[in-house]
Design a protein around this ligand. Structure first.
Ligand code: C5P
Length: 228
């Protein structure tokens, strides 16, 4: 049987990364951070001086994208061409660039098989977090969640995350970037950010993330028992 597939979608800063990491560890599932994949493409384009709307350049670049994930200590690290770029892809610059390249249909199509392959390679199950997992990448996922939170709560989480990593920013700047990314991600023609019809909606604005994780874990275990 194929591995158990969990789709977790939602806007930037909704807590997807924290929740996915904890769930993957508790369930013994692999974790595919699809935002990190778009960020790697943006990083490659930036390094090589390819414009973020140059479809021919991006198309050629996609043939050379080699990405794998590996748990290092407690963290899920991402490797691009064998180089650990986990820190480098988290800057505000690359966030904006990732949002831009992800709007290009050539990029979305080019990354589809990679995302599916990374998930299907896992033994027991895989958690995929992103924007279009439940709608496009795995419309037939075994469990789908749409994670939301108020814009203020999300911006504060992102800001604190950046602060801890030593990246200088202000709450206002984070909120402004986030508003723009949410708008672009939701408005794009191809695979916009939206909840799948059969997704379980979770709002983490006022619930501690640990409770969110417990609720989602019970739902996943219930569905695994059903499938078995
Ligand atoms: O989740 P993260 O903030 O790392 O994603 C970076 C950007 O990549 C998002 O703003 C979005 O534009 C894009 N993305 C996407 N589809 C996904 C995951 C991320 O378009 N499945």
């Amino acid at each position: 049987a194929r591995p158990f597939i969990v789709a977790i979608d939602g806007p930037a800063g909704a807590g997807k990364s924290s929740v996915s990491k904890l769930l993957a560890r508790r369930l013994g599932f692999s974790l595919v951070d699809t935002g990190a994949i778009y960020r790697c493409v943006a990083l490659m384009a930036q390094r090589e001086g390819i414009a973020f709307d140059d479809d021919a350049g991006l198309g050629e670049l996609l043939g050379r994208v080699h990405i794998h994930f590996q748990v290092v200590g407690e963290e899920n690290h991402v490797f691009l061409g064998g180089q650990d770029v986990s820190g480098e892809i988290r800057t505000p610059d690359i966030s904006m660039a990732a949002s831009q390249v992800s709007g290009r249909p050539v990029v979305r199509a080019g990354l589809l098989q990679l995302q599916r392959r990374l998930a299907l390679e896992s033994e027991k199950g895989a958690i995929l977090e992103g924007r279009d997992i439940g709608t496009v990448v795995f419309p037939d996922a075994d469990a789908k969640f749409f994670l939301a939170a108020s814009p203020e709560v999300r911006a504060r989480r992102r800001y604190e995350e950046l602060f801890q990593k030593g990246v200088e920013s202000s709450l206002d700047a984070v909120l402004a970037d986030q508003t723009k990314r949410d708008r672009d991600d939701s408005a794009r023609a191809v695979a916009p950010l939206k909840a799948a019809e059969d997704a379980v909606h979770v709002d983490s604005s006022t619930i501690p993330l640990s409770d969110v994780v417990h609720g989602m874990e019970s739902e996943i275990l219930r569905r695994m028992a059903q499938r078995a």
